[in-house]
Design a protein. Structure first.
Ligand code: PDD
Length: 283
């Protein structure tokens, strides 16, 4: 938290240390809400229409009426960016079902809580780009609606901490022997020059970089396939990558302490990384 950070809460811009939410907010009590994380480079939102569409989808799936229209969200987010000095930022948006007496069933007349915050977007550390990161494999023990960008993130939090406890940066999760995703990123496998990603179903969050990856593969001539991916295939991969709003694309070069492929960032990563930078410049 930075002392001069301004946040948006329920219609007001205010200093972060003055922003308060009632204890009966259903986000606090039940984790009953959704969120978004959107990068902005040089003051310009990146893939904003796609993030906005996913925000609408998440709200629809948990039956919260969208508290703002697209123009309202855009004005809010652009104003937040304008109020902060950092060249690159990421915007965190959160909507909860609002404040109500504690009862699991939806309250009849609660007003959704709307919160938004800008933070500095740090570049991916050079060491991670040059040497890659370590990851561990884990069983995916989360619920079956991972397509919703829910603020109920306990499964993801425990998975990420397991990675940190093992001196790794991220985890690679499997459900019933098939690849799903990381604790806060999508996971990609490279075999014989082709990039493979798991099905875009309810078992993963369809990252905004998932759609972007289709475009990056097309522009950099990397063949791509979406299909169920076995754990054994991941363990034998030539390259592994993770993608997210804050990590962009990062190579995983050690998995459970073993080198992935040659143990260094591979050629497909290099091409996709360059294509990503070009997409940022063009945005
Ligand atoms: N997380 N899968 C999960 C479980 C995630 O939490 C994220 C992003 C992604 C990648 O989605 P995108 O490309 O839209 O960032 C996949 C964000 C960054 C977070 O929770 O901070």
């Amino acid at each position: 938290m930075s002392a001069d950070q301004t946040v948006f809460l329920n219609g007001e811009f205010l200093p972060i240390d003055q922003a308060r939410v009632p204890v009966l907010d259903r986000g606090f009590i039940f984790g009953d809400g959704i969120y978004e994380v959107v990068p902005a480079y040089g003051g310009r939102l990146f893939r904003w229409p796609q993030h906005l569409a996913r925000l609408r989808r998440s709200l629809g799936k948990i039956r919260i009426d969208n508290p703002l229209d697209d123009a309202g969200w855009t004005r809010l987010v652009e104003e937040l960016i304008r109020r902060h000095p950092w060249r690159d930022q990421f915007i965190y948006l959160q909507v909860t079902r609002g404040v109500a007496r504690r009862d699991h069933a939806f309250p009849k007349d609660a007003t959704p809580t709307v919160f938004a915050m800008a933070s500095e977007l740090q570049p991916v550390p050079t060491a991670q780009r040059e040497h890659g990161i370590a990851a561990i494999t884990l069983p995916d023990e989360r619920w079956l609606h991972c397509d919703i960008k829910s603020i109920s993130l306990l499964g993801n939090v425990l998975a990420r901490q397991a990675a940190v406890d093992a001196q790794a940066v991220e985890c690679v999760m499997f459900r019933d022997g098939f690849l799903t995703e990381g604790s806060s990123s999508n996971v990609w496998m490279v075999r014989h020059g082709t990039l493979f990603g798991p099905p875009r179903d309810h078992l993963i969050l369809e990252g905004i970089r998932v759609g972007l990856m289709d475009e990056l593969c097309a522009s950099s001539g990397v063949p791509m396939q979406t299909r169920p991916i076995l754990r054994e295939e991941v363990l034998a991969a030539d390259e592994l990558l993770v993608s997210s709003a804050t990590k962009e694309i990062v190579p995983v070069t050690r998995l459970d302490g073993q080198p992935v492929g040659k143990g260094v960032p591979g050629p497909v990563y290099q091409r996709l990384f360059e294509a990503y930078q070009a997409a940022k410049r063009a945005a």
